[in-house]
Design a protein around this ligand. Structure first.
Ligand code: GLC
Ligand code: CA
Length: 546
């Protein structure tokens, strides 16, 4: 392993700048706020942070509609604040990964402003256009956020493509000038000493060349994944030259493409954030059965063994909270949050923790439309209402699925606004503040936070949990997730009851093993074969003669 592969031994932490800590009392988190909490990040034991989008933006998609790729949104501070934050994090050996939206800009970006004015502008070809008289749209393609993916532009007699909101026009990656711009932007941030990038929405970059109608208007037109490769190749030299870690957000990627993109010699990424374990968009009942989780997680663990490296995550700023989604936030809020932590973090790969996950924060579970800020949630509400769905049903859906569930301010203390700010925050707080906050959980040896700190320590201290081979022990049931990690004959076993019922098992032998870490205060004569709801155990297996 080369020194540049530091990320294989690392634990990452995603920060959502709006909601981490507000230093200047305007109700919005900011970069100096993050800097003031470096000691907290250090106490957690994380090795790098991923800062979600902080660029100046049109504030339509919460920072993912960028107007300037070489600056900081004034609400978060200045470039000087950014530099100071990087210096402060590096001083305690925490590396810095930043987000970069490659697929689209804001309509307010100067490129688009020039492009939309006339067809002869050098920037016109930075975007994707089709002739349109303003009433007929070029085809049936739909955006991820609902409605047509085309918006007419009367000034040029065309329509432009947007895979997301109309305020987020898609860049034309066919154009080598676009590729060069993005490579230059990467270099510009490398000069400010960032350690890597999380590239947003990479699977969207390539569109169907024929611009014909597609069978599934929301997805089919951009998932020409093989075609994305040559675009990404344009970024490879700058990433390599600067020894940057490249993390790709790769929703919907298939294994064959993932292996190409992760190819140790000719690939484009070090880590891919894939979503095979997250299926809540497609179904009314969001939860994946444990048997499916076993299959989906194990597929990636096995396929990348000895070839590339997994990224492990159960939360981010686009997903509901894990304890509410995978766990049982009602009957076992603490225990299930801890169990989920052990379950995914001790698999093989680089774990990412999303801010607040380490506190066991559940969904915000907002009750009124006014509580929501996320454009995707608001669009969803209006679309469903227009389709005749009763308001109570829509609000119930949002309460489980909205991205805002995870975007609430991080509670630091039990005080007003969770000590996040002295000013009313830009979005409401998650209920349960009195007990679920950093200060209270730091004092409690049995808190979710303390358990996460232990997990991080184990993950980093035990070589087998870092680089040992993963092996699923298939319990053939719908409760237990059991796997082993093995390195040079050193065996560890993780047993997690991912259900709210007691599980019993004869499938595996725990007698020749030592219980090292658990989220239950076990009494001495508890039965090894009976696993309590959301109980999680880490065993060190004694060497067995084979
Ligand atoms: C990514 C971001 C998400 C954003 C979308 C469009 O998925 O994580 O927040 O809405 O891209 O940029
Ligand atoms: Ca602020």
């Amino acid at each position: 392993m080369t020194a540049t592969e530091w990320w294989r031994q690392a634990v990452g932490y995603e920060i959502y700048p709006q909601s981490f800590f507000d230093s200047n009392h305007d109700g919005i988190g900011d970069l100096p706020g993050i800097q003031s909490k470096v000691a907290y990040l250090q106490s957690l034991g994380v090795d790098f942070v991923w800062l979600a989008s902080f660029y100046p933006s049109g504030h339509v998609d919460s920072g993912y509609d960028v107007t300037d790729y070489r600056n900081v949104d004034p609400q978060f501070g200045t470039l000087a604040d950014f530099d100071a934050l990087v210096t402060a994090l590096h001083a305690v050996n925490i590396k810095v990964v930043i987000d970069l939206a490659l697929n689209h800009t804001s309509i307010q970006h100067p490129w688009f402003q020039a492009a939309q004015r006339d067809r002869t502008s050098a920037y016109h070809d930075y975007y994707i256009w089709r002739d349109s008289d303003g009433t007929t749209l070029p085809n049936n393609w739909e955006s991820v956020f609902g409605t047509s993916a085309w918006t007419p532009n009367p000034a040029t007699g065309e329509a432009y493509l947007h895979s997301f909101a109309p305020e987020q026009p898609d860049l034309n990656w066919e154009n080598p000038a676009v590729q060069r711009e993005m490579a230059d932007i990467v270099q510009w941030w490398a000069n400010r000493h960032v350690d890597g990038f999380r590239f947003d929405g990479v699977t969207h970059l390539k569109k169907c060349a024929d611009f014909a109608d597609v069978a599934h208007p929301r997805t089919d037109y951009y998932r020409d994944l093989a075609g994305v490769g040559p675009y990404l190749a344009a970024l490879r030299p700058v990433l390599q030259r600067n020894h940057l870690v490249a993390i790709g957000e790769a929703g919907g990627i298939d294994m064959a493409t993932a292996k190409q993109w992760l190819d140790p010699e000719n690939g484009y990424f070090d880590l891919l954030l894939e979503f095979d374990h997250v299926h809540f968009w497609e179904t009314a009942e969001p939860k994946l059965p444990v048997a499916d989780l076993r299959a989906n997680m194990s597929k990636w663990q096995v396929a990348l063994e000895g070839y590339a490296w997994n990224a492990l995550f159960i939360e981010n700023h686009d997903l509901p909270r894990a304890v509410s989604y995978y766990g049982d936030g009602t009957a076992y809020p603490r225990r299930s949050a801890q169990a989920l932590g052990m379950w995914y973090m001790l698999m093989k790969g680089t774990p990412f923790i999303y801010q607040g996950q380490e506190l066991g924060l559940p969904n915000a579970h907002f009750k009124r439309l006014d509580d929501y800020r996320d454009l995707d949630s608001l669009n969803y509400y209006h679309r469903q209402l227009a389709a005749g769905v009763p308001e109570t049903a829509i609000l119930a859906q949002l309460a489980t699925k909205s991205r805002d569930n995870a975007r609430t301010p991080l509670p630091w203390t039990p005080d007003e606004y969770g000590g996040f700010s002295t000013h009313q925050p830009w979005i409401g707080l998650t209920p349960g503040l009195a007990t679920r906050n950093v200060a209270t959980e730091q004092q409690d040896p049995h808190s979710v936070l303390t358990f996460y700190q232990q997990l991080i320590q184990f993950k980093k201290a035990i070589p087998a949990l870092q680089s040992g081979r993963y092996e699923l022990i298939d319990t053939q049931d719908n409760q237990l997730y059991v796997y082993r990690r093995t390195l040079n004959g050193d065996n560890w076993q993780v047993v997690v009851n991912m259900s709210s019922q007691v599980a019993t098992t004869q499938e595996f032998d725990l007698t020749a093993s030592e219980l090292i870490l658990t989220n239950l205060r076990v009494d001495a004569d508890s039965d090894d074969q009976v696993i309590q709801p959301w109980e999680a155990r880490l065993y060190h297996l004694r060497k067995v003669e084979q």
